[in-house]
Ligand binder design. Sequence first.
Ligand code: NAD
Length: 427
Amino acid sequence: MPISYTPLSFVALADDCPWHMFLQQIERVEPFLGDLNRWVDTLRRPKRILTVDVPIHLDNGQIAHFEGFRVQHNTSRGPGKGGVRFHQNVTLSEVMALSAWMSIKNAALNLPFGGAKGGVRVDPRLLSEGELERVTRRYTSEIGLVIGPQKDIPAPDVNTSDRVMAWMMDTYSMNQGTTSTGVVTGKPIALGGSLGRREATGRGVFTVACEAARKLGLDITKSQVAIQGFGNVGSVAAQLFANAQARVVAVQDHTGTIFNPSGINPCLLGSHVSVHGGVSGFAGGNSLENDLFWDVPCDILVPAALEGQITSQNAGRIQASLVVEGANGPTTPQADDILADRHILVVPDVIANAGGVTVSYFEWVQDFSSFFWDEQEINARLTQTMLTAFEAIWQVAKEKQVSLRTAAFIVACTRILQARALRGLYP
Ligand code: NAD
């Protein structure tokens, strides 16, 4: 082992864990970094990791403790930026990988942010509203040491909503003795949130999917789409595909899978989910065994749930010619290779789902300037930012004969490491 690099010692890393996936992605980009390779180990370790205990009073009078994290992977290009996830399976390795993907995403989109991510290991479905608020406030107070409008700006992710962001903003503000709207994005509009933010990630997924389909010569109005995850990202993308006359033929969430070759109505499905908590039992489609989701005949597949879903086990069965990653890290490196061999185009997460952080950036700018834009302007800027980034990465992929993921990593790592090299090491 060279003296310049020693593996991290404080976290047990399984070979298939998300952080390991990120390390493999970095390995693939190294041959393209030239002299900047001198700095590449910077990306192999987060800048700062905070682990916190989150104790709360439960409604029944007992005290429960939850594990919380905030990881700042890299802040060479600006303050940390990335969501907060509440999920029973959150691990430090996962949060580290998600924070690293945020560094790559923000740099690939050329947003003036570094990468960060947070999480609490809790199943919010088992908490009352009061308990959820207490978890949120205590977690925010604990990570208050490292967040701030100029330091690190959280946002929603899996199982966290604008309601949770409002509590985070209030807690931070109370602790600071100010009203600090810029500390989180994805807030309610009434608290300095941005129009279009809630829909931005799904809209961005749809925007790049249309552009990639155009490049492949695929007519979006005749395409069939399968979507995994029907939360913030998946449901908005589904609606936009349906509005564009594409047919949403399968949807899977944590409760089950539904299939309808004539097309699922996302609006009716949304109403069903808001009443029943999931897609299972929806009358507008037939239920399908979960594993068969991967065999569904379709043109476009949108994984928009959790990481590590497209694996070497199912990548060979996927029927789509285009995979657009709404989720973060849904495809393992081995599955990536299988999809590439099968000439299935993958638009990677770091571009495909960057709509959310792009409008988060607009929200942060609007909060600082206390001047708010209309939704039309936000959506137009979002589309322009996403298409510009997509085209730049498309050209790098063509020029270097690499996948869009490697191309996005080349663009992003070059920007991050140039900034690192220019800043130099302190002291
Ligand atoms: P969400 O909590 O709103 O929805 C998550 C969806 O995934 C739900 O429909 C849930 O049922 C489904 N799901 C969970 N476990 C599943 C499983 N085992 N199998 C199938 N489906 C499952 O979350 P979201 O905000 O829509 O985020 C989804 C993904 O998109 C995550 O990877 C997240 O990191 C990523 N993402 C979200 C945003 C954003 O702005 N919300 C931005 C960028 C990336």
